[in-house]
Design a binder for this molecule. Structure first.
Ligand SMILES: [Zn+2]
Length: 393
């Protein structure tokens, strides 16, 4: 076989394209009784089933819904160890503090490359079975030059969306010299890490890095060709969101504590507000107000923040359900944010949509509509997954 075979998915009850011009004019671009044609790794046609062109193969969706593969634009998967005890303690009434990261740093430094890579592969597979076809992941549990570069090399074996987060917390080796740690992050660590990453991130929060330190770190990354994203305004109000917009970061992540100036900045800039409801769920914290962000004109993404401390879920459907139940989003908005929103947060136009030319990342739901992702929380609705045209689940 030298030519690729075309495959049609037919009898899709509801198809989410995320292109208003293809469907019903809503942001989801819904098409009813739809078909999708895949050729190789790309979508080549979408429309009504009755008008689908002839193809080599056909898969009958049987009146189920199809949505774009989820784009999880924020995770921390290169780690070792376990924080069950910390979660258990927190659920027994103790507040979360950024210091818990040190536990994972110690375990990650002690782990072999093979152990770390196997851990990434395990959570990637777990996410894939829940419909995630693109994910971003970060370093941030090494906090030495060698351990950060190693984390990024391992991450890059599994995804193109790799983020250098040497500025997760001040390394325990530099507790008495935070300025020295910023020098390390912006100097030898950045030099070692930049070749393996696309993005640079900083945890701009009380107890982690302040505004000046965060600006220094992100600006140094920009000079090395890394584009910024920012952990911002998670635990309290701070300068992170405004700094993210100022530097045209692709995303300001968390956005839990915002004032009107933050909302205006996100509404006017091109920085996506990425909401991570798994973190609020797992720390019993106040929810971000998605309605307020959408009302301000911000682009909103949803992501898992999958990490062993504050949000140990790899499930985008779970995040969709939380966003609808507890953050004021409609089911349509939440599904858009988990697909097209995530793509925007990674500045990608080839994913998060089911349109001609897009990468063929599709999720067949065991449900007649995408609304069931929120309507039936916790239910395994992912029946099949195609990534780059290949059936992987
Ligand atoms: Zn995070």
């Amino acid at each position: 076989m030298t030519t690729t075979a075309t495959t049609a998915l037919t009898h899709i009850a509801n198809l989410v394209t995320n292109d208003p011009s293809l469907g019903d004019g809503t942001p989801l671009g819904l098409i009813r009784d739809a078909a999708v044609v895949i050729d190789g790794d790309r979508v080549v046609w979408t429309g009504e089933s009755s008008k689908a062109p002839a193809t080599d193969n056909a898969v009958d969706a049987g009146g189920r819904a199809v949505v774009p593969g989820f784009v999880d634009s924020h995770s921390h998967l290169v780690f070792a160890g376990d924080r069950t005890a910390e979660f258990n303690a927190r659920m027994s009434g103790r507040p979360y503090s950024a210091g818990g990261i040190r536990t994972t740093v110690a375990a990650t430094r002690a782990a072999s490359d093979d152990e770390l890579s196997a851990n990434v592969a395990r959570y990637l597979d777990e996410a894939l079975r829940q419909g995630t076809t693109t994910f971003e992941t970060k370093s941030g549990y090494g906090l030495t030059v060698e351990d950060e570069a190693r984390a990024l090399r391992i991450a890059a074996r599994h995804t193109d969306e790799v983020t250098f987060l040497g500025a997760h917390i001040v390394s325990p080796d530099y507790t008495d010299d935070p300025a020295g740690y910023v020098d390390l992050v912006t100097g030898p660590m950045l030099d070692a890490c930049a070749p393996h990453a696309r993005w640079i991130d900083v945890f701009c929060e009380r107890g982690a890095f302040d505004e000046d330190q965060a600006r220094t770190i992100l600006t140094a990354g920009l000079a090395k060709g890394l584009h910024p994203r920012v952990h911002a305004n998670q635990l309290g109000h701070g300068p992170g969101v405004r700094l993210a917009v100022e530097l045209d970061a692709a995303s300001a992540d968390h956005c839990t504590h915002l004032d009107d100036a933050d909302l205006d900045a996100l509404g006017q800039g091109s920085t996506v507000a990425t909401l991570l409801p798994g973190a609020e769920f797992s720390t019993r914290a106040a929810w971000p107000d998605a309605r307020r962000l959408l009302g301000a004109g911000a682009t909103v993404a949803l992501s898992t923040d999958c990490n062993p401390g504050s949000s140990f879920t790899s499930s985008m459907p779970f995040c969709v359900a939380l966003a609808v139940r507890d953050m004021g989003m409609t089911p349509d908005e939440a599904v858009w944010s988990a697909t097209a929103g995530g793509a925007a947060a990674l500045r990608r136009t080839d994913i998060g949509r089911i349109t001609p030319g897009a990468r063929a990342d599709l999720v067949l739901l065991d449900a007649p509509s995408h609304v069931h992702l929120a309507y039936r929380p916790g239910v395994p609705l992912i029946r099949a997954v195609w990534r780059a045209g290949e059936r992987v689940v």
